[in-house]
Design a protein. Structure first.
Lengths: 368, 368
């Protein structure tokens, strides 16, 4: 059984050279899965490059080859806010993930064995680096715009910091220039919970017997950071389940909701990939790319415009970090618009609050 | 080895009758450990009854018999905000806890075996009920005031709802009338993490081999709900440890801080007591004590005054819940003052932000 699950519509780019990682390793035989929508003009003149959050595949939207809804189905398609009648949209499964791309769950081509924990340390800069190399293979020197939600926004910043002239416009959504200690604490504890599951076994679990208990607990903790207390108060209140557990199991609807979310997650995402990508988010800091006293995003000065969109109830990428990002972009001389949306769904609002996010994304893209 | 650790200064009340629990069980041989400071006048005319949060013992402050600092050392003592030159302060270790009082870690007097999970379901109402029975033994019909932080505030409400004339004044600190879904989610996940530790073994762990891994993880999650992102950003930022772990272990100071907090907790608190008390907090709802359409706290109408103190950065007992509590007290006709403090230390601020809490507590008590 192969740990890497490739969605039906995805294609694969094989990098011609080993990838030199940000921490100094050499990664041979890198493959990146991707999907695309719309028709490319020229050499990416109308291309929007979409970086993903931690857990999604490249299947952001349905297509002829895969009619199943994608993770951003409401946003991408003909006439939708990311309008594929006009734009060519390109989405890669991140390096380090497990949906067709090279990562801890794929095989080391030199040994033929799964990488597992022998995979080199992954940084957000490597997600950017592998994507740059894949664009070279596809003959795309510069895309029209980059869209990055959550980790995708960090990947977009890393991409632009490393390859400043690779895009004209940037749309950052619910992201940040660096991880702050509360977010580090959440992710660190998630990783520790997975590692504490005896089945994890230092990453040597079998594909048909994964550390399901640890992954379920980690996902529940994730949901607490992805949504918001306000949303849950309105949505669940103190309603009890029809059949509350007489012991220490779930009694309230909020508990059964979290259990259902955990059920949906486990089995789909490889635990080793999860902890590699999670650690990479903690390590990211755009300031590392600037010299002492420099404008942190001065490398992005070539952007024609940027938009930073965030949500008031986001506790993982709080709005003040997104204001800081907008300020830093302006400090680099980039014409930047900032939108702090009053969504109550927290960090995940960009996936569910289509009424608020749709118009903001549509309007920004209409102007670029 | 006995699972119940009794602090040196604590005394014990033995209840003369089995305790009838809120869920309908009968609990024989209940003992409650307590400490006191100051001199009682009359039959409790100057007594302040202090209910504790989830994890503390009755050792709230040092005394001749136990000079070690208590958990609220800065607040209780001669000339301190809770002034023991004037007041007699009485603090019980809650029923269900493990510092001298009856709970899952103590022995069933009928079988001689530790209760473990055979302990009956515990409710906040039972903490109140056992305390009321203990006061009867001590000959105290009515105390001057009740002080309750966190779970202690819920216990205070349960006490006053069940025994309306047992106190003249109420000081509620960082508490609430009921658990909302975010707080339930946090505690439910903490319990699940402890239960997922194989060493827990359905509560049958040996006293010298406890589910330390689960308790450590649960405590770290607890700390995320007890403090605040703002505090951690200012206190730790992105500072790295001197010797960051090359693998998936701690690299940032926030991670080593959480590890140190977890180290301090494990071994000191019994895991079964922890999950019993945690579940009791989820179940508490002051509204359960009122009929349809009634003022929820009308049973408290006999109070001469109340003060509700909370903190803006509290994510576990958010300030809006404390405003609701103050409003409900006013609705019951109680003269109530409300203080929303701008502390950045979150729920735990009452334990550490003495500069803000001290004057508020001192001033309220000076007026009663």
């Amino acid at each position: 059984m192969n740990a890497v699950i490739q969605p039906p519509a995805s294609q694969v780019v094989e990098l011609p050279q080993p990838l030199q990682t940000w921490c100094g390793d050499s990664l041979p035989g890198v493959r990146l899965a991707y999907e695309s929508w719309g028709t490319m003009r020229g050499r990416g003149d109308n291309t929007l490059l979409l970086f993903t959050g931690l857990s999604p595949s490249a299947h952001a939207a349905s297509s002829e080859n895969d009619p199943e809804d994608g993770w951003w189905e409401a946003m991408i398609g003909p006439g939708k806010p990311i309008d594929t009648d006009r734009f060519h949209v390109l989405c890669f499964n991140s390096l380090g993930s497990c949906f067709g791309s090279t990562g801890p769950a794929s095989r080391n081509p030199e040994s033929g064995e799964p990488w597992r924990l022998s995979f080199p340390e992954l940084r957000v800069e490597d997600i950017a680096g592998a994507t740059r190399a894949a664009l070279d293979v596809l003959g795309i020197e510069r895309v029209h715009g980059i869209i990055g939600p959550s980790l995708g926004g960090m990947s977009a910043l890393a991409f632009l910091l490393r390859y400043p002239n690779s895009a004209r416009h940037l749309l950052s959504i619910s992201s940040a220039m660096q991880a702050l200690p509360f977010a580090i604490a959440v992710r660190s504890l998630q990783r520790e919970i997975v590692r504490a599951d005896p089945v994890w076994d230092e990453g040597r679990y079998r594909q048909d017997r994964q550390p399901v208990s640890g992954m379920r607990l980690a996902r529940k903790l994730g949901m607490m950071s992805y949504r918001s207390p306000e949303e849950w108060t309105g949505r669940f209140g103190r309603r009890k389940m029809d059949h509350p557990d007489p012991g220490f199991g779930p009694r309230y609807e909020i508990e059964s909701y979290l259990a259902a979310q955990a059920d949906r997650f486990v089995g789909g995402f490889d635990p080793n990939c999860y902890i590699y990508l999670s650690r990479a988010m903690d390590a990211f800091d755009a300031d590392d790319h600037a010299g002492e006293g420099e404008q942190p995003l001065k490398a992005l000065a070539g952007l024609a415009s940027a938009a930073v969109v965030g949500v008031e109830s986001d506790i993982l990428f709080p709005l003040h970090q997104q204001r800081d990002l907008a300020t830093a972009l302006e400090g680099a001389g980039v014409a930047t618009e900032f939108h702090g949306l009053p969504s109550i769904q927290g960090h995940d609002a960009f996936l569910v609050d289509n009424e608020r996010f749709g118009p903001v994304i549509r309007d920004y893209l209409a102007g670029i």
